[in-house]
Design a binder for this molecule. Structure first.
Ligand code: AVI
Length: 316
């Protein structure tokens, strides 16, 4: 078994700094990456099992249905790189079809990533697996030294790209292009524009899992930053904004209140929002134009029930 784990502490989050800056901004906002503590990851899994939230299940069935065709289109690959790999479940499906020599998985949550990646290495004895614990938005370049030469595929599934602003998408895709190299490829999954009522329901599930996921952010801040948010005084509020093509998630203050966070005070007016997430939805051509502006050329497009997977090659 070939397995290596590398922690990049310098490339980790500055939770305190980012949260305090976000609470001092207008409107108040906290980046969505902070949803994913252990409880947040469990709640996200619960969201994926809700009848209204079909994104994860649809991507899974699209990949399963088109896997041989996708493998054929991707061609020979020496190394797969997955930023934000989490539990490494999605990339397992690709390993069996593409048979790369190495796999580089990157995630900010080091311990669960190491466990998942080591299990992948055990199950694929011929595969060299490297797990890098870092915030790939801060220090993706550090990953470069782990990449063997040869043909690389960057895999970015799950519509994670939808949680970035379009300008940031362009910058991130350009960094993926640098990582992939000259003959590199990108396989990316994203949620498509669809009936706004379907989108509204997906982020307002009847069982309240999305609301619990959103509010869990405040529980995390109470625990990690010695904050005193009263969860009963904030309302999960999510809606689709068709002009921007995105679902917006907010925590709206139900009262005028002052909250202490890491020794500092923040006033919330009645009805004031703490913005927590944007989830952009694209048409296939819209996304391809964005990726092309970042140096990628769309080679293939697959879609199924409102979800798309696209394959890109690097522009010469
Ligand atoms: C991870 N990401 C693609 C999810 C999304 O749909 O934007 C996160 C999520 N937020 C609320 N429900 C799910």
């Amino acid at each position: 078994m070939a397995f290596a784990f590398q922690d990049y502490p310098a490339a980790h989050d500055d939770v305190r700094g980012e949260v305090l800056a976000g609470l001092a901004a207008h409107p108040k906002a906290i980046p969505p990456k902070y949803f994913y503590d252990a409880a947040g990851c469990r709640l996200f899994d619960a969201i994926c099992a809700q009848p209204e939230y079909t994104l994860c299940r649809t991507e899974q069935s699209l990949m399963a249905a088109h896997l041989p065709e996708i493998a054929d289109a991707v061609g020979e690959v020496d190394c797969i790189i997955e930023p934000g790999a989490g539990d490494c479940v999605k990339v397992r499906q690709l390993l069996g079809a593409l048979h790369p020599k190495s796999l580089v998985v990157i995630d900010i949550a080091g311990a669960p990533l190491a466990a998942a990646a080591e299990a992948v290495a055990r199950d694929h004895p011929g595969l060299a697996v490297s797990a890098l614990s870092m915030d790939f938005l801060r220090d993706l370049e550090a990953a470069a030294r782990w990449l063997p030469s040869g043909r690389r595929l960057v895999y970015y599934p799950g519509s994670s790209i939808g949680n970035f602003e379009p300008e940031a998408v362009k910058a991130l895709l350009a960094r993926f292009r640098d990582l992939a190299g000259r003959q590199g490829r990108l396989l990316i999954g994203f949620d498509l524009k669809k009936d706004p009522l379907r989108l509204h329901a997906a982020y307002n599930d009847a069982a309240g899992m999305t609301a619990a996921f959103n509010l869990n952010l405040l529980t995390r801040l109470n625990r990690e930053l010695d904050a005193d948010f009263d969860l009963a005084r904030f309302r999960h509020y999510a809606f689709y904004q068709p002009v921007r093509g995105r679902v917006e998630m907010h925590l709206v203050s139900l009262a005028e209140q002052t909250v202490r966070v890491a020794g500092e005070s923040f006033r919330f007016a009645l009805g004031e929002t703490l913005h927590t997430e944007h989830s952009y939805k694209y048409r296939g051509d819209e996304f391809a134009a964005l990726a092309e502006s970042a140096g990628w050329q769309c080679a293939r497009h697959w879609e199924h029930e409102g979800f798309a997977v696209q394959l890109y090659g690097a522009c010469e």
